[in-house]
Every structure is written in C-alpha cells, then in structure tokens.
Design a protein around this ligand. Structure first.
Ligand SMILES: Nc1ncnc2c1ncn2[C@@H]1O[C@H](COP(=O)(O)O)[C@@H](OP(=O)(O)O)[C@H]1O
Ligand SMILES: [Mg+2]
Length: 281
C-alpha cells in the first residue's frame, strides 16, 4: 500500500519535472517576487497545478499544503492527520540562474501523538538530471537516475580529515558563515560547498557530503520531503535542540534553523546546541 503510494508520488514529481523543464528551456520565465522577496516563476505555478491535480486523483484523499497555494490556518491544519506538503519548485533562484540545482519536493505528513506532524515519506526529484530520491523512516531511502536500476542510498561515516559542509548558494547568511568558522575549530580541514535546494540534504543522505547546517529562514515545504529521504537513509534532520524536526504546530510556516547529518555517531552535540547557536543571528 505504502509502496504503491510512493510509486504514484514519484510519477507525479517526474511529471512536474517535465513541466518545469519545458519552462526552463524558454526565454521568458515569468519571474515575480513574493512577500518574502523570494522569486516565483511560471514553472513554480505550472508544476503546482500538475502536482495538485494528480495528488487529488489518488485513491487517498488528503489535504494539500503547497508553497504556491493558499495556506490553511493552523486551526484547520491541526485537524489534519495526514496531508501532502509540497514545494513544486525548490531552488527557484537557481532555476532562474540556470544552474540546474532545483528540485520538486513532495512529502506525505502524519500527525504524531505529540500533536506535531512528521514526514512518513518524501520524494525529491531533480528535473535536469532526471534523478529521483525517495525515502522514509520505515521505507529506507532510494535513488533512481532516469530508467536506470533503483539503488538504495546511505550516508558515509565521518572522516574527520575530509569533512564536507554544505550551505545555500543564494541565501547564505552571516550566521551560516560564522557557524562554519566555529566548525573549523573542530574540523580544521573542512571543505565548504554551496549547493541549491533540497539537493544539499540528498547529498548528505547518499554519502557525498557530511553536514548541512541551515542558519536562516526556510519554510516547511523546503525540508519535509528531503527529511523523509535523510531519515530513510539513516541520517537526521534536527532542530536547534537536537530534536527530530517537526511540522504543523505553529501559525506560521517558517522553519527554525536546522542541521542535517548523515553519520549520527559523530559528536554533533559539540557544535550544535542552543548555546553554540546563540549570537549567530
Ligand atoms: N526570507 C525567507 N523566508 C522563507 N524562506 C526563505 C527565505 N529566503 C530563502 N528561503 C527559502 O530558501 C529556499 C531555497 O533554499 P536554498 O538556498 O537552500 O536553495 C527557497 O525555496 P524556493 O526556491 O522554493 O522558494 C525559500 O523557501
Ligand atoms: Mg518553491
């Protein structure tokens, strides 16, 4: 049942990817600015239409919370036991810049006993490379490039002399830069890399990078799907207190800072705690 649903959502994410690539190849992207000053294009809007249309045709009927649709109030959202959390195009600025580092993110969320929701599974599709990642705590994590065989993915173990730390290409903050400098005290040979969108967390999930600290704003649809992939692979996406990242418990949809790590046996408490983060903003 769950595997059928994951397969259906994978197909939907790939359809959205094709619509996005159609716009990507045009001269006119239809760029507008949103209230948070981040851009939106025809590709975001068309991908959203495709995703919503197909999610509503599935034989489960869950509400949809999408970056590009009207957002229900918390009082309504809290009645949801399951819902789809969708970012039809994550990394819109990278899409506009033409560097290929953007993704389609679709997560199925489930409410837990503590009243918060968490990803049951997530699908992250990279249109330009025709690569799809998917996963969840109970399902494992997988990757497929085009029609090649599906492979299971897992993080790598930390090698203290070869630590790769990821950051946003476009929305880097002074806090993120200061955090990486603090991290150098622990890993003097670390290599910082800038990557767009949910791809960063996919790189940690598949063992191509080690740490992705996000010091600065993102929204719930930016992290939910990729959290499924990271957790399925055996990694974690945590809040500043070191807890599993949670959703749908507050009126606004902006995330706290978060940390993605692949090797959970690393000594992350030495650099990721509210005291160490205080003063970075
Ligand atoms: N001021 C802000 N408030 C909320 N989210 C922001 C933001 N600035 C950037 N982001 C988020 O950062 C995402 C891009 O992340 P990255 O820099 O890692 O590629 C954007 O996704 P979208 O492109 O879907 O809007 C956007 O949601
Ligand atoms: Mg988006």
């Amino acid at each position: 049942m769950m595997n059928d649903l994951i397969k259906a959502v994978r197909d939907i994410a790939r359809k959205a990817g094709e619509v996005i690539l159609d716009v990507y190849e045009q001269q006119e992207l239809g760029i507008q600015r949103k209230a948070d000053a981040t851009p939106v294009t025809q590709a975001d809007l068309r991908a959203n239409e495709v995703i919503e249309k197909h999610l509503l045709r599935l034989n489960v009927s869950y509400p949809i919370l999408s970056e590009e649709s009207t957002h229900a109030d918390l009082s309504v959202r809290q009645t949801w036991h399951h819902y789809w959390l969708v970012d039809p195009l994550d990394g819109t600025q990278e899409f506009i810049n033409g560097n290929g580092q953007f993704t389609v993110n679709i997560a199925l969320m489930e409410k837990a006993d503590n009243g918060c929701s968490y990803p049951l599974f997530g699908v992250v599709h990279v249109p330009v490379t025709h690569t799809t990642y998917w996963g969840g705590k109970q399902s494992g994590a997988f990757k497929q490039v085009g029609n090649e065989p599906v492979v299971s993915i897992k993080p790598r173990l930390l090698d203290r002399n070869n630590v790769v730390v990821l950051g946003s290409r476009t929305y880097g903050t002074a806090g993120a830069a200061a955090f990486i400098e603090q991290l150098r005290d622990i890993y003097p040979n670390l290599t910082p890399r800038k990557v767009g969108s949910a791809l960063k967390s996919c790189l940690v999930a598949e063992g191509e990078a080690d740490i992705y600290p996000r010091i600065g704003p993102t929204s719930e649809w930016d992290t939910a799907a990729v959290q499924g992939v990271v957790e399925g692979a055996g990694g974690v996406l945590m809040n500043p207190a070191g807890e599993r990242f949670a959703y749908n418990f507050k009126a606004h949809l902006v995330n706290s800072d978060f940390l993605v790590i692949g090797d959970t046996s690393m000594d992350w408490q030495s650099f990721w705690n509210p005291d160490a983060l205080r003063g970075l903003h």
